[in-house]
Design a protein around this ligand. Structure first.
Ligand code: ADP
Length: 368
């Protein structure tokens, strides 16, 4: 592989020192390219070749023919101008590098003016340091989006709860009308419950993403679990005038998995089914399958369009459907569900027809 290959002609510079320096620069994981005053490549290391996706010899090539930079607006960046204007070391994380196959990577780019030769007569040039920061960038973008969505999701319920509580205080101080106070406190209470659900989702998500969730495998009685879930959620369904049926298959046996997560997954399916159903109801079923069990949560709700169906498991995804937006939500529930399912080696699936209803299933294998 081509490498820092120039030899110094100066007698005062021992060959061995040069070779050491070459070896050092070639062992770097960052790409290094030295260009002369005319912007022609004078030296480079193996990492630079990798980054540029080149295997040809680059010596004496024009830097602008080799390094096709794009700026943050995806416009071609004037590489030579950038280099020439660097009278002192400058660095940027705003540029990307595009390849002939259309793929793009984000770059950290540092340009420093140097003397390429030795002594006062050494010709001037620049050294470019290039690093692929695509992964870091995408993590940063994800983190920024996360913070902005979460702060927005937190702000709305906090504002509503605060408004209702101050209303209740005001009424208490003036008329003392208990019915109005009760109404305001009820609205505030609903928002606090939503907040606590959101915080739970965030905590589970954070633990799942840091690989901190542990599995406690225990025998689970599926029929009991269905009855428990009905007892917890039938009242919520009734408030909306919906029925809530359970259909445990008569052949159900005990299965072994992590009860906490199985319950959490089913809760997510059930709360969505109740949230996104206006008439009809919800059926929660379970039946044995080879080496495991399948749970089904089916509703007669607003359904999910074909184009949305693939995205429901994505972080923060919420359908644009106005009926979805009438309900509060974070778009985290199914993402967390998928993470938990992964831990259980389970397989989740969703089928749906717009305006007819949805069917979410999870196939859970017996764990040891
Ligand atoms: P959210 O907090 O928005 O409910 P989820 O991750 O649980 O977040 O769900 C993501 C999106 O998937 C919802 O916003 C909704 O658009 C859609 N969705 C999930 N379950 C259902 C369902 N049973 N019926 C219709 N749409 C659903």
């Amino acid at each position: 592989m081509a490498a820092i290959s120039r030899k110094t002609s100066t007698a005062d510079q021992p060959e061995v020192a040069h070779e050491r320096l070459s070896a050092l620069i070639n062992s770097m994981s960052d790409g290094v390219i030295a260009v002369d005053e005319a912007g022609r490549i004078a030296a480079y290391n193996g990492a630079a070749l990798n980054l540029l996706n080149q295997n040809a010899v680059l010596d004496h090539k024009k830097i602008e023919d080799v390094l096709k930079l794009k700026d943050k607006h995806s416009k071609n960046a004037p590489v030579l101008e950038l280099i020439r204007s660097a009278t002192k070391p400058v660095s940027s994380r705003e540029y990307s590098l595009s390849y002939t196959d259309g793929s793009i990577i984000n770059l950290y780019l540092n340009i420093a003016p140097v003397r390429l030769g030795f002594g006062r007569k050494g010709s001037r040039g620049h050294v470019l340091l290039l690093r692929d920061i695509t992964r870091e960038k995408s993590l940063e973008d994800e983190r920024d989006e996360f913070i902005s969505v979460v702060s927005h999701e937190l702000r709305t319920p906090v504002t509503i709860a605060e408004g209702n509580i101050s209303n209740a205080l005001l009424i208490a101080g003036k008329t003392g009308n208990l019915e109005l106070i009760r109404h305001a406190l009820k609205s505030a209470h609903e928002q606090v419950i939503f907040l606590s659900g959101l915080i739970n989702d965030l905590a589970t998500l954070s633990r799942a993403e840091r690989g901190k969730l542990t599995l406690e495998i225990e025998p689970i009685n599926a029929s009991d679990l269905l009855s428990d879930l009905r007892a917890s959620y039938e009242p919520d369904a009734k408030v909306k005038g919906l029925w809530f049926n359970i259909q445990p298959s008569p052949e159900l046996e005990m299965f072994k998995s992590c009860k906490l997560y199985v319950r959490e997954i089913l809760q997510n399916f059930i709360t969505n089914a109740i949230k996104y159903t206006e008439k009809g109801g919800i059926t929660l079923g379970a039946s044995p399958v080879k080496d495991g069990i399948e749970f089904v949560v089916e509703d007669t709700g607003i359904g999910i369009s074909k184009s949305d169906l693939d995205k429901v498991w994505d972080k923060f995804f919420r359908s644009e459907d106005y009926r979805t937006r009438q309900n509060s939500g974070t778009g985290l529930g199914l993402y967390v569900t998928m993470k938990l399912a992964h831990l259980l080696h389970a397989q989740v699936d969703a089928e749906s027809e717009l305006n007819k209803g949805s069917r979410f299933t999870i196939l859970i294998p017996n764990l040891e």
